[in-house]
Ligand binder design. Structure first.
Ligand code: SF4
Length: 216
């Protein structure tokens, strides 16, 4: 039997204890949406008092659509040598950031395909140049599968790639690739993407280096 009411009430009594997986599944499946929203709002207020809700303006930049991973759901990628494939120059990427700056933006999420023709210097030069041209913009770049691809091309470990990128000006990673972290499904829709453990390991390495991560 569902305990959704008790679970929600426990979140209102000031304790705000962390939910177990079973509790989260219970309220997700059984609690009425308005009650769930009310408790979520109360809990948010207990952590961040006041009525102000903040947001930031950012921009997605897809620097290359060349990719060798061939996920079944993806209509973005083009195989190496395809006549619709592209890789943007630093000036093209910078111009997109200038447009972001004009409207008060503060962050880019830059990700693309796994492009085997780009050496690691292409990435470090890009990050250094963007940091120099756009010092107020946070650079969240390259999802875990791209970091793995760059690691393979360069021969460096994923941790060393992340460390090099951090030292070149990268602030964090976008969370691409977390659309499915159940391996039986993941291997069906993205057979070349590697296991969910790889995604989690790269994100864990990034966090241990002080990089900010997310999941999308
Ligand atoms: S790794 Fe990304 S860009 Fe490449 S095919 Fe998969 S979803 Fe598309």
């Amino acid at each position: 039997m569902s305990n959704w009411r008790e679970i929600l009430e426990s979140q209102l009594d000031g304790g705000c204890s962390e939910l177990s997986v079973d509790e989260a599944a219970d309220i997700y499946s059984n609690a009425p949406l308005d009650e769930l929203m009310f408790v979520a709002s109360q809990r948010r207020k207990s952590q961040i008092p006041g009525k102000a809700v903040t947001y930031l303006i950012d921009r997605n930049i897809n620097y290359t659509n060349v990719c060798t991973i061939n996920c079944h759901f993806c209509s973005f990628y083009r195989t190496p040598g395809h006549n619709e494939s592209y890789t943007q120059t630093v000036d093209q990427i910078s111009e997109r950031i200038v447009e972001l700056e004009r409207i008060g933006g503060s962050r880019i999420l830059m990700q693309g395909g796994v492009n085997p023709s780009l050496p690691i210097e292409w990435y470090t030069d890009l990050l250094q140049e963007l940091s120099k041209r756009h010092p107020t913009i946070s650079l969240d770049c390259f999802s875990p599968i791209e970091i793995e691809g760059i690691s393979e091309v360069s021969g460096l470990s994923t941790r060393d790639v992340l460390s090099l990128f951090r030292d070149s000006g990268m602030h964090g990673l976008p969370g691409g690739g977390a659309e499915m972290l159940v391996d039986t499904v993941r291997s069906g829709i993205s057979p070349r993407k590697g296991s969910s453990d790889n995604w989690l390991r790269v994100m864990s390495e990034a966090q241990s280096l002080g990089l900010i991560t997310s999941a999308t």
